[in-house]
Design a protein around this ligand. Sequence first.
Ligand SMILES: C[S@@+](CC[C@H](N)C(=O)[O-])C[C@H]1O[C@@H](n2cnc3c(N)ncnc32)[C@H](O)[C@@H]1O
Length: 235
Amino acid sequence: MIRFDILTIFPAMFESPLAGSVLKKAIDKGLIEVRLHDIRDYATDKHRMTDDAPYGGGGGMVMKVEPIDRALLAVPRVDERVPVILLTPQGEPFSNAIARELSGHRQIVMVCGRYEGVDERVRQHLVNREISVGDYILTGGELAAMVLIDAISRFVPGVLGNSFSSADDSFSGGLLEYPHYTRPPDYRGWKVPEVLLSGNHREIEKWRRREALARTRKRRPDMIGDEWLTDEDLI
Ligand SMILES: C[S@@+](CC[C@H](N)C(=O)[O-])C[C@H]1O[C@@H](n2cnc3c(N)ncnc32)[C@H](O)[C@@H]1O
C-alpha cells in the first residue's frame, strides 16, 4: 500500500486519470491511495492568493511559499523517510529505476508548481527531492505528478494483474522490450515471425532476446552496457 499526497491548485485535473483502468482498480483494492490537497485552502489572505509578482521584476507570477508550507504541515507523514518531491523541469530526470525505488516507500508527497514556478525557498527548505519528467516545459506539475503516480504504482505488488508484466518491460532488464504480435498470423500479407508460431519456447526466448538487443542497439545505443549482456549475447 502506498499513499500519494498531492499539493496542487488544480485538484480536479487528477480525477479522470484516476477514474479508469489499472489505477482505479488499484485504488478500489486499497493498493494505492491518492489524497489531493488544494493549496488555495492554505492561502493566508482573503482573496486566497497562491501566487505573486516576482521580486526583481520580469514577467509571470511565482507561487508563494506560505500556502505551500502550510499545506505541507497539514499532511501527516508516516515516517522520516517520506520523499517530498517538487515537480520541476530542473530536477533529476525521472526513470523506471527511480519509479521502482520510490515504490518502496509507504507515502510520497508531491508539490505541483504553476506559472513561472515556485518561490525558491520551497526548493531550499520544504522538499527533499526534485524530479523532472523530461526536457520540455509543461504548464504545471499536475501531469508530471500523474506520470510519477502511474509509473510508481506499476511496481506496487498486486497493481498489475500479471506479476511478470513489469519485469519484461523496456528498461527493467536494461534493454528495450522485444516486439509483440497477436492474432491473426497473417493480416494483409503482414506475417507474424514463424518462430512465434512454432511453440518452441527455447527458440522463442532466444528470438526475443536477439530482437530486444537489436532494437536497443539501433534506437538507444546509450543503454547498452556490458553488465546487461550475457555470454550468449556476446557470441
Ligand atoms: C511553466 S513551468 C515553470 C518553468 C520554470 N519557469 C523554468 O524555466 O524552470 C510551471 C510548473 O510546471 C511544472 N513542470 C513544467 N515542466 C516540467 C517538467 N518537465 N517536469 C516536471 N515538472 C514540470 C513545474 O511544477 C513548474 O513549476
